[in-house]
Design a protein around this ligand. Structure first.
Ligand SMILES: [Zn+2]
Length: 326
């Protein structure tokens, strides 16, 4: 699950870095000479505009920061703070230890260290959260002050993320196939408590990684248009709640990307079905605007229709073949 990172920026170095490499993100071409081609390609997929908000921490005394940094994962949330205010947050996309890059970006501090434990961010947003409210949410003493770089434990992180409703639209938390299987086989979905929500996000995260990998844009499987993945859902072809465990584990075939601009809802509500690989209208329309949208997608070829998925599409077609559309 995602963790919360606290990053105070009270001192001069931190204030400067905040402006120099976050407010003004680093040009990917400046990073390129210092990283492997694999790392470079990963960043290029993640930042199609080539602008990379970058942060780093020094190793710290006895590697105290390095050890905290080692816990950071994609989709963690960093809060920047100063003067008793958490004034912005962003989602972690990727991290690398890289002394040369850190030197190039920020030089050295007075102890001769550089900020070589680097992590990259996205979806940075400003806000004003009083530290007193934050302390209440994580159950800290009222006068607690963020002293240094910190990575909160899972419980405290979950309290913060659910209180403020923070979950990345783009970065996907790494979930392995084994973890996914474990969730599908052992978890009772009636429990929509904190653990349930976190498992449900992990399931979605896994399915989204399966579909999108580390790309930030992809094509809707119905209308074919390309959108940022925050506008695409990993939709079950056969309704998820009616899938058997075996069908849920057939994740390579049971899901496809659908856009939030209409295709996902129209498919879910049965206004459209897929017959022999082609989008068909179910014949139920009610307004001109809806009819116009349907006309724009009916007849399109669905690239996800094949012999491994046809049964799921047929299930969907039969499920909506009676006059169930409202
Ligand atoms: Zn679409």
């Amino acid at each position: 699950m995602s963790r919360v990172i606290l990053q105070p920026t009270g001192n001069k170095d931190a204030r400067e870095h905040y402006v120099d490499t976050l407010v003004r993100p680093v040009d990917i071409l400046r990073i390129k000479p210092f990283v492997s081609s694999e790392e470079y390609n990963y960043l290029k997929d993640m930042y199609p505009d080539g602008l990379v908000p970058t942060w780093g921490v020094t190793p710290g005394v006895n590697n105290v920061n390095a050890n905290k940094w080692s816990k950071i994962q994609p989709a963690d949330v960093t809060f920047f703070s100063a003067n008793k205010i958490l004034y912005s947050y962003g989602f972690v996309t990727f991290k690398i230890q890289n002394k040369q890059l850190a030197q190039n970006l920020w030089g050295f501090n007075i102890k001769g260290e550089t900020w070589e434990y680097i992590y990259f961010l996205d979806e940075i947003r400003e806000h004003d959260i009083q530290i007193s409210l934050f302390n209440k949410v994580v159950d800290y003493a009222e006068n607690y002050k963020v002293q240094g770089f910190a990575v909160l434990d899972e419980d405290k992180s979950e309290s913060v993320l659910s209180y403020f409703g923070l979950h990345s639209e783009t970065v996907i938390q790494p979930v392995s196939e084994v973890e996914y299987q474990n969730i599908i086989e052992n978890f009772d979905w009636k429990d929509l408590d904190t653990e349930g929500k976190s498992k449900s996000r992990a399931e979605q995260g896994f399915l989204r990684t399966t579909l999108f990998r580390n790309k930030t844009t992809s094509n809707c499987g119905i209308c074919g248009k390309e959108y940022p993945i925050s506008f695409l859902v990993a939709a079950h072809i056969k309704k998820r709640s009616l899938c058997s465990k075996e069908e849920k584990l057939d994740f390579k075939n049971i899901i496809m990307p659908m856009c939030k601009f209409g295709c996902d809802d129209l498919f879910e509500k049965g206004y459209i079905t897929i017959l022999n690989g082609t989008v068909k209208s179910n014949g139920k329309t009610s307004t001109e605007a809806l009819e116009n949208y349907l006309n724009s997608i009916v007849g399109k070829k669905c690239d996800y229709w094949n012999e491994s998925t046809v049964n799921y599409f047929e299930w969907h077609r039969h499920h909506h073949s009676l006059s169930k559309v409202r």
